[in-house]
Design a protein around this ligand. Structure first.
Ligand code: 6PG
Length: 238
């Protein structure tokens, strides 16, 4: 199996390339369908990429009017808390570009009932997102789909409340059908701490219940050299 794995010397080079790929994808979607539906990634890795996207597009008001932003997952904390995926995006992207507020579709993760928040979010989530941006955890999770989670076998609901192994534990996440419906998936992986999980993703044998990121092996993977430390041929790089 051939994989789309692009390697970069450091996190800054990875972020610049990821920003260029995101803007390429966006302009293609807008040209084809008049809008770009983008599910943002959680965690810290994408912050640099968000800043690079902002730097490369901050003056383009007409472009941002056609961009709609969502999240692949959210922690059930107030949006003002440092652990909030929404806050990371706000600080590194939303406050830096002229995206209209009505185009920002945050997960209402601070609602008292996470399942109700999941249902509310499902109602606004597009059927075929143009891009799902993901990071990957050291255990091989993506979004808040953690190893051995029942959400990994959820084929009916597109958004569910889960209890994850990485704190904050209460979370809301998209499920595998959303990842499968995306027109493009881009996964950003940086740092030696992710090397063992990345090896398990691209190993010939493996189960997505053990390594959920195997669900998106056919995605575009942008990784830095540290994260590739445990990958040996014959993983073929496009
Ligand atoms: C989350 C994320 C999660 C994240 C990975 C990597 O809310 O935690 O959505 O999937 O992308 O845990 O996180 P870092 O980029 O911080 O290493």
């Amino acid at each position: 199996m051939r994989f789309h794995l692009e390697t970069f010397d450091d996190p800054e080079q990875l972020a610049r390339a990821a920003a260029a790929e995101i803007l390429r994808c966006a302009k293609g979607a807008i040209a084809a369908r008049g809008r770009f539906d983008w599910l943002l990634a959680g965690g810290r890795t994408p912050a640099r990429t968000y800043r690079a996207v902002a730097a490369d597009s901050a003056g383009e008001g007409a472009f941002w009017r056609n961009v709609h932003l969502y999240w692949g997952d959210e922690r059930c904390v107030p949006h003002e808390q440092p652990e909030s995926n929404y806050l990371v995006a706000r600080q590194n992207l939303l406050d830096c570009v002229p995206v209209p507020p009505e185009n920002i579709h945050a997960i209402a993760a601070d609602l008292p009932d996470p399942s109700a928040a999941a249902d509310r979010y499902d109602a606004v989530l597009p059927g075929r997102p143009d891009l799902v941006l993901l990071g990957m955890g050291e255990d091989g999770h993506v979004a808040s789909l953690f190893p051995h989670s029942p959400a990994l076998d959820q084929l009916r609901r597109r958004v569910v409340a889960v209890v994850g192994t990485k704190p904050p534990h209460q979370r809301i996440t998209v499920t595998p059908p959303v990842l499968g419906a995306a027109r493009q998936v881009l996964v950003l992986v940086s740092g030696v701490a992710k090397a063992e999980a990345l090896r398990r993703v691209f190993a010939d044998e493996g189960d997505f219940h053990d390594t959920p990121a195997r669900l998106v092996r056919d995605a575009a993977w942008f990784v830095d050299r540290e994260a590739l430390a445990d990958i040996r041929p014959p993983v073929r790089v496009l």
